[in-house]
Design a protein around this ligand. Sequence first.
Ligand code: S3P
Length: 175
Amino acid sequence: MKKENNVRHIILIGFMGAGKSTVGKRLAKACNRKFIDTDQKIEAETGRVISDIFAQDGEEFFRDLETELLKKLKTQQEPLVIAVGGGLPVRAINRTLLKELGTVVYLKAEVDTLEKRLQGSVTRPKLLGGNLRERILSLMEAREEFYQDAAEIVYDTDGKSLPEVVCGLREKIFP
Ligand code: S3P
């Protein structure tokens, strides 16, 4: 009989620039876990950068890679901290997979904060062209319900330092 995988990972979701990778790395250290970033993993496995994947094969192809990676992570036996790309929770199948993987945390940040952090970003195809703030606002409007739907914990990061966020998250995840 196939062994059920009951490993509970910690998964960070949220908009680009919300701090998923920065917080994820520190949280992983604090919890003595390994950290995985789905964007980095996809780039390492394909040997290509995300902007090239989008440009050459399109967004849907990239989304398929994200779904495949989540399925693979389900076989991972060691509890991890996982940061996922900002658009990953938009697909319904991905939200189901995220919930199966463990505790999903939505890291929230104000639009002003996101705008400041994402200013000058050239590696994110979803932000290219047009006015940055308008892009953030329209994507956020489209995605907020999916983030809320996927998350078990919603955590507001505004006005908090990185150590405060890590400490606050640990208290929420392991009450
Ligand atoms: C995307 C977010 C990016 C990356 C890709 C698409 C999105 O990840 O997956 O550029 O659609 O929001 P980050 O949220 O880590 O920037």
